[in-house]
Design a protein around this ligand. Structure first.
Ligand SMILES: Nc1ncnc2c1ncn2[C@@H]1O[C@H](COP(=O)(O)OP(=O)(O)OP(=O)(O)O)[C@@H](O)[C@H]1O
Ligand SMILES: [Mg+2]
Length: 252
């Protein structure tokens, strides 16, 4: 059974049809990429799935529960987590504090109470810190636990965002351009992190322009163009699809 199913999904902004009558499914335990030219609707689709936008029409199912229009923190509690296209790291905090925020924001209704109790580290806080350290190890940041976020290179910050997104223990992790702006070595590190996350049992949805990364790691690819599905299938099927080559791959 699919973990996520999108049916006849549409959203418009003024005259712009950002997503149009879109249908697709994501199987549990797979790495599913969404590609398409700038403005194709990829981030909008993430915003719909994670509850930032309410669709004009259509439905989104997580397992069999209709989730379109639910609030982001409810969806986080149901197992959705994401990173954003633009880095959202708090630079005045340490690396692990950023990951802890991910854990508290999603799992703890009473962040303020936690913050007021900060000097007294509770057993729950200790367990949370231990888990956050594990997640930082998983993304290759075990050596930077207490580093100031502002001291970390960009490639490390992109991996830190993934650790923060994992801190809410998602079933489905949506990554919006995790390799944007990275060099080849940093992109390989992201590639390894995504593979490790998937092996740990988290279903991954990847939006990415780096075709080498996408073609190498994906089980399934959905191609969007002007908010519509242009094609979908295995990397080989998509790579050899004439419509995809004409609309997208031919440009890069
Ligand atoms: N909140 C909004 N208000 C108005 N228009 C929007 C909004 N969000 C997205 N759009 C429009 O929807 C279309 C799809 O944008 P989106 O950001 O989803 O594209 P994308 O595929 O993520 O592109 P990129 O690869 O450049 O990140 C664009 O025309 C964009 O201007
Ligand atoms: Mg985008």
């Amino acid at each position: 059974m699919s973990l996520l199913r999108v049916e006849n999904l549409s959203i418009q902004f003024g005259g712009v049809q950002a997503i149009q009558e879109l249908d697709f499914e994501i199987s549990e335990g797979t790495i599913h990429s969404i590609i398409g030219p700038n403005g194709a609707g990829k981030t909008t689709l993430f915003n719909l799935i994670t509850g930032l936008y309410r669709p004009s029409a259509g439905a989104i199912y997580l397992d069999d529960a209709q989730i379109a229009g639910k609030r982001p923190h409810d969806l986080a509690r149901m197992g959705l987590s994401r990173t954003f296209q633009n880095l959202r790291i708090m630079m005045n905090m340490t690396a692990i504090e950023n990951v802890m925020v991910g854990r508290h924001l999603h799992l703890n209704r009473n962040l303020l109470a936690c913050m007021l109790r900060l000097p007294m580290i509770t057993r729950a806080d200790k367990a949370a810190r231990k888990r956050c350290i594990e997640l930082m190890d998983l993304v290759g940041l075990g050596g930077a636990i207490d580093a100031d976020a502002s001291a970390l290179p960009y490639g490390a910050l992109k991996r830190l965002e993934i650790a923060r997104a994992l801190a809410s223990e998602p079933r489905l992790l949506l990554l919006d351009e995790p390799a944007a702006g990275l060099n080849a070595r940093e992109t390989k590190e992201i590639d390894d992190v995504i593979a490790t996350v998937a092996r740990a049992g988290v279903t991954v949805v990847l939006v990415e322009h780096d075709m080498k990364l996408v073609m190498g790691i994906s089980d399934h690819i959905l191609v969007l163009d002007h908010g519509r599905k242009l094609a979908e299938g295995t990397p080989d099927a998509v790579r050899n699809n004439p419509a995809v080559v004409a609309a997208y791959l031919g440009q890069v």
